[in-house]
Write a protein that binds this ligand. Sequence first.
Ligand code: GTP
Length: 326
Amino acid sequence: MKKKVLLMGASGSGKTSMRSLIFSNNPASLTSRLGATIDVEQNHVRFLGDLILNLWDCGGQDSFMDSYLSTQRSTIFQHVGVMIYVFEVESRDMPKDLTYYRDCLDALRKYSSDASVFLLVHKMDLVKGDKGTQLERKRRDLQAESGDVEVTVFGTSIYDESLYKAWSRIVHTIIPNAAVLTKHLTTFAEACSATEVILFERTTFLVIATSSPPAPPASSQRALANGAATPGSSSTVVTAPTSPVEDVHKLNATRYERTSELIKALKHSCSRVREEFYALEMELPEFTAVLDEMTKNTYVLIVVHDPTIETAALKINIRTARQKFE
Ligand code: GTP
């Protein structure tokens, strides 16, 4: 099953940068070297066996936008599963951005009336004042511009986990059996006596689904969210550094995405020393975590707070459950 995802927005709003970060694992620092996208660049990413995400990165220069909305209208806007529209938080020409957005929305409604719409208020790192207030104001404006079309708005930046968070939520809506996956993961968590189980897509490390767990103790959330790792051989044992006192509630909301970011950084470090990343084990006094391949396209992270549970047992459970998740 192929899901077409349109990535649209003004030139320079950051579309190719986010694609390069999430799908090609490039660091944010390299995005300034990206050239403008000419017409449409397509990407295919296989998610969970049959599901292929077909990403259309649509160059945002006016001449291309005009062409999408006229001669290429039906080609661009038909069979769309999701449209992601990117707005720069401090756009130089918001009225023009909004005119194009409304035209795209009209075309989408005509050719793909069931498509979901996600709006990214991007480059939030550039906001000087109160980011929350600014985002709320943008959210209200964009919702008003969208009329009766239901839209979901995220504030994002390539310099923090907000981008993973938005994309994980978007991908979650694309997966047809997300609820079933959550159910299976919850059963699997119970079988492992785990506090929680998280399923990541293999290339992007986007969060696909999680078990529905009781909230784990704050100390382990901090350790997981802040745990630095060193590259090693096939299996890497890491210890979490002492973390500064942070707002636990904030961490609760972002720890999965922080985990994605850290694992991608670890994979990057591994490739720099010509090692391949296979799996990860963390054995700390407060909890144990195992990250291992679940299927061809996914990794699973199991977090256990019961000190009597051995990591080897968790790995056997992963091996046993593999077939169920293929
Ligand atoms: P077109 O291909 O012309 O449609 O542009 P685009 O939307 O693909 O823009 P692109 O990804 O090429 O990004 C333009 C610039 O924005 C680059 O210099 C990026 O480094 C920068 N950029 C992207 N995301 C962010 C962000 O979150 N914060 C900041 N400060 N800059 C960003």
